[in-house]
Design a protein around this ligand. Structure first.
Ligand code: GAP
Length: 452
């Protein structure tokens, strides 16, 4: 994890939030490369969950909602973790992270015995006030999950899109939790982004649909994001760890450096949320099911994941250190679609204006189609290494021969092999390689000119 934290900071993926003031636990800023990677992960999810399907639509609801939403959803009463305080060093810990009864164990921070308080429930929602007066009537919450924005819009979406069961509503957006122990870099944050989809079904389809989404989400992680199946596993929740709204939940876990931990949860929320909102608001949230001729409150299957955890997983899973002769090569093996930079264009000799001009022109030609950068700030070997480390799948080098034969060399990150392609054909060739409609046909360079 330390290696990834250092890479993330050094190369501009993720910085500590407000670092110049000492940072703030559980808050992070995404840098120039991080924001591209994060956007690509979100785009991959949106494309799979919304754009490639005809049964799911998207929304973008407000973060701050009427506080009644959170009373009715059960979050005001039930969205809490057990917490203990140390009377000596004043730090707080999650009771379920401690091994043993608080009264009998030493404080994990200062080591003093008998100073931990009994566990008490600590609500994880951030409170704020809306409007000019700070009084109890103006209290509102920053949403701890995006899902409620979907439930309260169920009728709006079903009516305006004339949906029939089964159908889903998807959303990507920020969520906030005042976690007692944020940590493991961007794994557990206090401000983070979620991608959640609520799939509304006839209650009789509950188990089949739950199984379908567990499998479908696992397929997304392996086939779309490219995470190794051996580093992923499914873990059904025990009855005592289910959220207050869930009848059954299965987590997709990844083998993180700190151990197997949750990447995504698929939950069977039944009709818990729609029933609760219908009863409290007085608005009917039932739907007519044409297949059975019944008026019913749909059940809901919910795949819910965190964007920040996905970004961390892509970085961890892709990272490799290779020994090439005497040199170490750091390479980030990430899918081309996810890579922050798709292609870096460089002149072989930066003191030859004709090469610089040709390379800059090629980068400009590429930019409307893909994220392309021009770089001539070091030798070719060093530039390749810099791009390998941030996961750039292709580099193009314009050399002296290019001025005669109108071709340049494309070099692929993982194999370090090369193809010689006409300058005019390069944008088309790279676009096809990135979306996977063409296959790479590189050949190794002769040893004297080999990479590095
Ligand atoms: N609507 C259901 C729900 O919010 P959850 O298991 O609490 O379920 C879903 O959260 C996903 O959101 C998790 O699998 C995780 O990827 C992400 N997530 C939850 N809490 C997080 C946190 N504090 N920091 C980063 N990601 C978090």
């Amino acid at each position: 994890m330390d290696v990834i934290v250092s890479l993330a900071k050094r190369r501009g993926f993720v910085f500590g939030s407000s670092e110049i003031y000492g940072g703030m636990g559980g808050f992070w800023d995404y840098g120039p490369l991080g924001v591209e990677l994060k956007n690509n992960v979100k785009q991959a999810w949106w494309r799979s969950m919304v754009q490639l399907r005809d049964d799911i639509v998207g929304i973008d609801a407000a973060i701050v909602m009427n506080p009644r939403v959170w009373e009715v959803s059960g979050h005001v009463a039930g969205f809490s973790d057990p917490m203990v305080d140390c009377r000596n060093c004043k730090l707080r810990f999650r009771a379920d992270d401690l091994k043993g009864a608080p009264s009998e164990i030493a404080c994990p921070n200062c080591g003093s015995k008998g100073t931990l308080t009994e566990a008490r429930q600590f609500n994880l929602m951030f409170r704020t006030n809306v409007g000019p007066v700070e009084e109890s009537a103006s209290v509102a919450y920053l949403r701890p999950e995006t899902a409620q924005g979907i439930f309260v819009n169920f009728d709006n979406v079903a009516t305006t899109t004339r949906r029939k069961l089964p159908f889903g509503i998807a959303q990507i957006g920020k969520s906030f939790r005042n976690e007692i122990t944020p940590g493991n870099f961007i794994f557990r944050d206090r401000e983070f982004e979620q991608m959640e989809m609520e799939y509304f079904i006839h209650p009789a389809d509950e188990d089949a649909c739950f199984g379908y989404w567990v499998e479908e989400r696992m397929r997304w992680w392996t086939d779309v994001i490219g995470i190794g199946r051996d580093r992923l596993r499914l873990r059904p929740h025990e009855a005592d760890e289910l959220s207050h709204y869930s009848k059954q939940t299965t987590d997709i876990e990844y083998a993180f450096p700190m151990g197997w931990s949750e990447l995504e949860g698929v939950a069977d929320r039944t009709d818990y949320d729609l029933n609760a909102h219908a009863a409290a608001s007085g608005k009917g949230l039932a739907i007519f099911d044409e297949a059975t001729g019944e008026h019913l409150t749909p059940y809901v299957i919910e795949p819910a994941m965190g964007v920040d955890r996905a970004v961390l997983t892509v970085l961890l899973d892709g990272y490799e250190e290779q020994q090439l002769g005497k040199e170490k090569r750091v390479v980030l093996h990430i899918r081309p679609q996810l890579a922050p930079v798709k292609v870096a264009v460089m002149p072989l000799l930066r003191n030859r204006p004709e090469l610089v001009e040709r390379a800059r022109a090629l980068a400009a030609d590429l930019r409307p189609r893909m994220s392309a950068m021009y770089d001539d700030t070091a030798s070719i070997g060093k530039l390749y290494r810099r791009q390998d480390e941030i996961g750039t799948p292709f580099c193009v080098t314009v050399d002296v021969e290019s001025l005669d034969d109108g071709k340049a060399t494309i070099r692929e990150r993982d194999s370090m092999t090369q193809e010689r392609v006409g300058l005019d054909a390069i944008p088309e060739r790279l676009a096809a390689l990135i979306v996977g409609t063409a296959t790479w046909e590189g050949t190794p360079r002769p040893p004297a000119e080999a990479d590095g």
